[in-house]
Design a protein around this ligand. Structure first.
Ligand code: ADP
Length: 165
């Protein structure tokens, strides 16, 4: 696992993870950046999929991005912490890794799902991300690299602390 500060749309990995919404419709934040870089064909493919429940993910082509595939995770909206948000966020990371593995994608980049517009506390989200990835990776020898790509320095610092990096 590694931490990188920057723009996930520039990452050369097998799978770039998106923080999508349940309707799989173009939104803001990292989703907006991914759609901008991918071009309109991405939305056309996602319209064919229809939608995705919270805590789960769907796979698509990567179009204009330098990856093989995109994995669209629907993170939880923060509602105070007792509405199943932790479990849903863990579900995103776990299901994305399982899906990547099933498609033979060995390197994967995650943004800090739910910590922007969806309001999940970044420190709590980072802990769940690292714990879930660690836990899930032990059963997936085909996944060679997981990169946490943070847009801001404060979030990158949280991950570095957790990873001792
Ligand atoms: P959500 O709706 O799941 O909260 P956001 O896109 O609003 O998703 O925010 C999730 C995280 O992604 C935030 O930490 C935000 O700063 C970050 N982010 C926004 N744009 C990018 C980008 N281009 N690359 C990586 N991370 C990004």
């Amino acid at each position: 696992m590694s931490v990188l500060r920057g723009d996930i749309t520039l990452c050369r990995v097998d799978a770039i993870v998106n923080a999508a919404n349940g309707a799989l419709k173009r939104g803001g934040g990292v989703d907006g950046a991914i759609h901008r870089a991918a071009g309109p064909d991405l939305q056309r493919e996602l319209d064919g999929i229809g939608g995705c429940p919270t805590g789960e993910c769907r796979i698509s082509g990567a179009y204009g991005l330098p990856a093989s595939r995109l994995i669209h995770c629907v993170g939880p909206v923060w509602r105070g912490g007792s509405a199943g948000e932790d479990e849903a966020l863990a579900g995103c990371y776990r299901s994305a890794l399982l899906l990547a593995d099933r498609h033979g994608l060995a390197t994967i980049a995650f943004p800090a799902i739910s910590t922007g517009i969806y309001g999940f506390p970044p420190d709590r989200a980072a802990r769940i991300a690292v714990d879930t990835v660690l836990d899930t990776l032990s059963g997936l020898p085909g996944i060679a690299e997981v990169r946490f790509v943070c847009f801001d320095e404060a979030t990158a610092g949280l991950y570095r602390e957790l990873l001792g990096a």
